[in-house]
Design a protein around this ligand. Sequence first.
Ligand SMILES: *Cc1c(COP(=O)(O)O)cnc(C)c1O
Length: 438
Amino acid sequence: MHETGNQINLAACFLYMNNNGMEATLTFAQGLDLQDPLNEMRKDFYFPKHGSGEAIYFCGNSLGLQPKNTQACIEQELKDWRELGVGGYLHGKNPWLYYQHGFAEQMSRIAGCETHEVTVMNTLTVNLHLMLLSFYNPEDRKHKILMEKGAFPSDQYAVETQIRFHGFDPEEAIIEVGPGEGKKIIEEEEIIEAIEKNKDSLSLVLLGGINYYSGQLFDMRTITEEAHRCGVVIGFDLAHAMGNAPLDLHEWNIDFAVWCSYKYLNGGPGAVGGLFVHERHARNINHPRMGGWWGNQESLRFQMEKGFIPKADASGWNISTAQVFNMVSLKASLELFEKTGMVQLRAKSELLTGYLEFLLGDISHLSFEIITPAQFHRRGAQLSLFFREKGKQIHEAMTAAGIVVDYREPGVIRVAPAPIYNSFEDLYRFYEILKTIL
Ligand SMILES: *Cc1c(COP(=O)(O)O)cnc(C)c1O
């Protein structure tokens, strides 16, 4: 909506940074906030309290903050239920019968895909299982799954149990890639080499778009090209990428992707998850899947007849009736994404992590290193600080001082300034407190 205006203003932010050199001062940070057109959006969110003031919140990679319009959106659905009863399915303000439809446009802009390639349903790990049931077709020789070493536990459990479900041995069938000895990030070349080397036995590649621990953003386009060249299906878990990194899922030709909505999308705890199925699969109603009436052709849904005929789009993977109260908070937060867009959010995000990196450079000799790649195209909004020792205690001291960040074993404190509500002043205050703690 305000694309051009905001781009110009964010350019002003860049200029301000360059002309003034960067300074580790409150005045400089506030100067950046003044140039930042997205600074206004802070007011659209509730910040958790700390003492008589507000906490410094850098945990949007775990649970995004509550938008102020969420309550009104929930109340709208309560009202329709109260006043219309079952009539809400057809006559509610947002008819529940077609509730998912309302998400496709907004989600397609964030995911970089066509509206018929995206849907919302269930939660992340459930969707991952459903996608694996659809896309993992192991054969005797070709049955292995390649994934990143140290993938998020839920993803590991999903893959392990799927492999067993098909009668194979996870020990033998899972190929894990990097990071190499003493390294914290995985080079794309290592992934590509591993795909090439194992192509005859590989059935599927599953990677996180952004690694939850290191904050590393993968070159999804190149890895996908390589997987396809080797005749291997590829899916991504975008839990940490959706609403954070620029995505072009359709152009990148990814087979499928799943994500949750409670991290950068600010959909609230346990909010409905999302799903991308590339149109070359989504259009194929014969593609294997688990059926349910919500994925059936809508005109036939209530004819109660035998024979599942899926919709010829991603929502052909829907199974159950729309979980309205699990979806409405995402609907509310997507309205805020419509006020800006991924182009602006990404521009600001780079400025935020750039400034944070500059501030931390001043004190990192004190006991930590930033393990997230320094290049912008290899990271999202998160910087992971690796503490060789006392990471946990330092995290506790941060919490006591009103900083909300999280700690992940081994030794990492994840700091994730979300461009939609965090400010440069937040970063400066964080830096001051951390300096004192160290
Ligand atoms: C957050 C996250 C999950 C969480 O899965 P749920 O099914 O929503 O509990 C799974 N995988 C990754 C990579 C995550 O970052």
